[in-house]
Design a protein around this ligand. Structure first.
Ligand SMILES: O=P(O)(O)OC[C@H]1O[C@H](O[C@H]2O[C@H](CO)[C@@H](O)[C@H](O)[C@H]2O)[C@H](O)[C@@H](O)[C@@H]1O
Length: 526
């Protein structure tokens, strides 16, 4: 079955893995392991007197020796790394027993205490996605090998979110094989009353992706929070995302299944198609700036428009309406493009100005200025000590860039942004290329701005073909808004779920494509 066949089929249900997909439980596990091993190692050092106490490293030791392994195997593996061999013992051993099972049981008791006291962090975008699916009549279920699933969900306040569950307790009761075997997912599909071919699996582990593939599920979505996802695609994932927000809300995803960019035609190969469409209609062209008109570079101020690109955009603007729709501050993008006669929409469409006195600041935007000022001040303080982190204030948004931040420090940037977003709830957090952003919590985006512009400019007419070119997640809102009304062109060379209709590989191809449009439109004076 081809990927395209699978995309066209309706998905009736989505089955989610828990840890790493819905909850960030790994941190809690790491903390429990650290308490267990630090107590044990400190006692051992004090008793023996011949070896220094060397604590458990909650990042490195966790990742290398215990992450993803069954509990007792994790104990054995870490102790072995320190040259310590304990008797295996018995699963019924009390937590005080100095056996592998005893330490494993102590870890589980600590994990449950942490759950009860601290609670579980939740991936809010995943919860929003699940809610949107449910609102759109898509069935949902949870599959996890954890025997603590019920406690984790209760602690996260998600007890009622996923009513159909096949967890570690159920798997043991029914004698089901764990991932990479598909048994637990198949059982969840059976309980939902859905054919696996009409269900999607969402997983952050290779073994889970393999299980989805082995069970012949209709769609396998890999969640790879850092890394490029190559291994996941090779392992059978149809789509790889770094966060479920990339699929927007479920409504958009399932109402109009997104295609993988790799399956879309290149707009330059379809010049004849554009020529035919534009024989009957005039275009209105909407252009994103970074990554579309200029290549992505290390720092925002280095993204300078080339003279060639400026010339082709000028040529186009002489022939049809052209708008620049950017996440940047409007004044900044106007200065960078430096062409008269264009419409400029900045701050993701919250701030619009154009020829003939066209002006719109979203009617609610100004009310968010105090919150944005406070957030900016907090963010500057929070990331001041992180090398390479850059805070960019736009009138109605704030970007925190981490392109120049060392990989092992990016989580600090993200935590800082999350903390500020948690405190200043008038703002919502979004993410794009190596940047986190805080924007007013208002239902407004580039897509809404484009639709507003079509009306305001009198272009909402049958004989106008809106074209939108963009490279980033924020441009997906515009592609979706123009669905059935215009055409979206995604600038990418990567595999990427998208609502666009065509792709262009890079900014050089964008320049050539805009040149084609200029040629199709012909002499502006005639
Ligand atoms: O909507 P756009 O016009 O594409 O603006 C999106 C963001 O672009 C800029 O950041 C991105 O480009 C930088 C320069 O190439 C790059 O260093 C950064 O990593 C990218 O995220 C801009 O600085 C942001 O304000 C825009 O929101």
């Amino acid at each position: 079955m081809s990927h395209a066949d699978r995309q066209e089929r309706t998905i009736d249900a989505v089955i989610f893995d828990l840890d790493g997909v819905v909850t960030r439980t790994a941190r809690l596990h790491a903390a429990a392991w650290k308490r267990l091993f630090d107590d044990y190692l400190a006692q051992r050092a004090a008793q023996r007197g011949d070896e220094p106490f060397q604590p458990f490293d909650a990042d490195e030791d966790y990742r290398r020796f215990v992450d993803g392994k069954p509990r007792y195997e994790g104990v054995r593996s870490f102790l072995e790394s320190r040259g310590i061999a304990l008797p295996w013992g018995d699963p019924a051993d009390p937590p005080e027993a100095k056996t592998v099972c005893g330490l494993g049981n102590a870890k589980n008791a600590l994990f449950q205490q942490l759950l009860a006291s601290g609670g579980v962090e939740v991936f809010e975008s995943s919860v929003a996605f699940i809610r949107a699916l449910k609102e759109n009549g898509i069935k949902v279920a949870l599959v996890s090998s954890s025997k603590n699933t019920a406690a984790v969900l209760a602690s996260a306040g998600l007890g009622n979110l996923l009513e159909v569950r096949v967890d570690g307790v159920e798997a043991a009761r029914l004698g089901l094989e764990g991932k990479p075997h598909p048994d637990t997912f198949l059982e969840a599909a059976r309980r939902l009353g859905v054919e696996p071919a009409r269900a999607a699996v969402v997983e952050d582990a290779i073994a889970g992706v393999a299980a989805g593939r082995a069970g012949n599920f209709g769609l396998v979505i890999g969640v790879v929070r850092s890394g490029d996802g190559t291994e996941f695609r090779a392992g059978g994932a149809d789509i790889v995302v770094s966060d479920l927000k990339e699929l927007n809300d479920g409504a958009a995803l399932w109402a109009r299944p997104r295609m993988d960019a790799a399956a879309l035609p290149n707009a330059l190969d379809r010049a004849a198609e554009f020529r035919a469409r534009l024989a009957r209609k005039r275009p209105a062209v909407f252009l994103d700036y970074d990554g579309t008109l200029t290549p992505i570079v290390d720092r925002p101020e280095l993204a300078v428009l080339s003279e060639d690109m400026r010339a082709v955009v000028r040529g186009l603007a002489e022939r049809c309406p052209v708008a620049i729709v950017s996440g940047r501050d409007r004044a900044d993008v106007e200065r960078l493009v430096a062409l008269d006669g264009l419409v400029y929409a900045g701050s993701h469409g919250f701030d619009i100005a154009g020829p003939g006195g066209l002006r719109k600041e979203h009617e609610r935007a100004a009310a968010f200025l105090p919150a944005l000022d406070r957030a900016e001040e907090r963010l500057r303080r929070e990331v001041a000590g992180i090398d390479g982190a850059l805070v960019e204030r736009k009138k109605f948004a704030i970007a925190v860039h981490y392109r120049l931040v060392a990989d092992d420090q990016v989580a600090r940037v993200e935590s800082a942004v999350e903390a500020v977003a948690a405190e200043i709830t008038d703002l919502r957090r979004t993410a794009a290329k190596k940047v986190f952003a805080l924007r007013p919590r208002v239902d407004w985006d580039k897509g809404r701005a484009v639709l507003w512009l079509l009306t305001a400019l009198g272009l909402d007419r049958e004989n106008v073909l809106p074209l939108y070119l963009g490279d980033d997640d924020t441009d997906e809102d515009a592609f979706a808004a123009l669905n059935g009304r215009g055409l979206g062109i995604l600038v990418t060379e990567a595999e990427h779920p998208t609502a666009a209709d065509y792709v262009l590989a890079n900014t050089e191809e964008v320049g050539r494509f805009l040149g084609e449009l200029v040629a199709i439109l012909g002499d502006p004076t005639r």
